[in-house]
Ligand binder design. Sequence first.
Ligand code: GLU
Length: 441
Amino acid sequence: MTVTRFAPSPTGYIHVGNLRTALMNFLIARKAGGTFILRIDDTDPERSKEEYVDAIKQDLEWLGLTWDRVERQSDRLDRYAMAADELRRMDRFYEAFETPTELDLKRKKQLNMGKPPVYDRAALKLTEAEKDALRAERGAGVWRFKLRQERIEWTDGILGDVSIDAASVSDPVLIRGDGQVLYTLASVVDDTEMGVTHVVRGSDHVTNTATQIQIIEALGGTVPQFAHHSLLTGPQGESLSKRLGTLSLRDLRAAGIEPMALLSLMARLGSADPVELRDHMSQLIEGFDIERFGAAPTKFDSDDLYPLTARHLQSLPYDAVKDTILAAGVPENLGPRFWAVMRENITTLRDLEAWWALCRDGAEPVIDDEDREFVATAMEMLPEAPHDESTWGQWTGAVKEATGRKGRGLFMPLRKALTGQSHGPDMAQLLPLLQTIRARP
Ligand code: GLU
């Protein structure tokens, strides 16, 4: 049974980088007919906020990334305490008392001597009396997991064979001085107890994985299949970390990006397969293969989402957009025609509002000086409403006869006079939708 999880920390809104992780885990579970768990990593009571938990759920629901179960780390603190006790019993856990400043100094010294900045395990040499004294002076220490100094190896679903020398990694702190259990331990306990079989996450977790493999083995768990996807960069390869705040799923949603556009891009970006716009999640599930993804940093350009959104919208029947169209104020009887005319002329559904405003209120006419007389003549010839789709052809035919103008010189000034712009929907189809025509003399 395949079990995967998406494990965000509710300390902010989730962004495209998180989405990549969520989507890959979701697709693996769904493709295998397995279970997808939403795990809220909220062991940090100060930074975790309920409003972010709600927001994460809303964002995933918006995209259709449905989960089978929610788990919260804050509900499972007793499990982590038990695991910690077990590690203590096995002598794989030790208390250390260095202050951040002391650790920093040690690191600097090591670097100066050309050595890797790995924790020197000084705390292992403390006697009980020394520990008591330090505890009295500084309060409880942190708890570090004692790594076995050997190579840690696994076959990564994306990176292939990985081998990390445990001696080049500091013994990880699993419990802070204030007693807070850190994610490195909590995650291992959860993954083991919840039977997680596959863990996909960002390549910033590779070192964590190495240490977590040893913790899992110490606790007698089964090591899941790990895969580390590359991190997203901006279009020029620049780091996205600072911009991720502006690439939250809520922002993309507010900008009018369609779920299937975003999902289609993210399901393929960074893989050997081309991005293909899909209509349904089932197609993404069908076409997903983690092994097609590469380790190189993946360029992400949010501008790519707009043409995909536009193409997705063009494929939608009226029923799929009816609510949005009516909410924009389009009368029910005009709705289907309005959609048929506008769908090719929008990038996002938000553009519909501007088109409806134009239809309803008319546009400020744009008339070049040399066309003034021509437009005035033409407008006098425009039949009274109601107009239908033959009106434009009949009218411009008559205007052509009367003025001798033809082609672009005939049509463009009329388009600009009626819509205030030089681009837009086919005029024969648009004219019957115009409720107000301001260019009439
Ligand atoms: N809460 C962790 C994070 O957001 C989860 C990492 C993992 O998937 O194990 O980075």
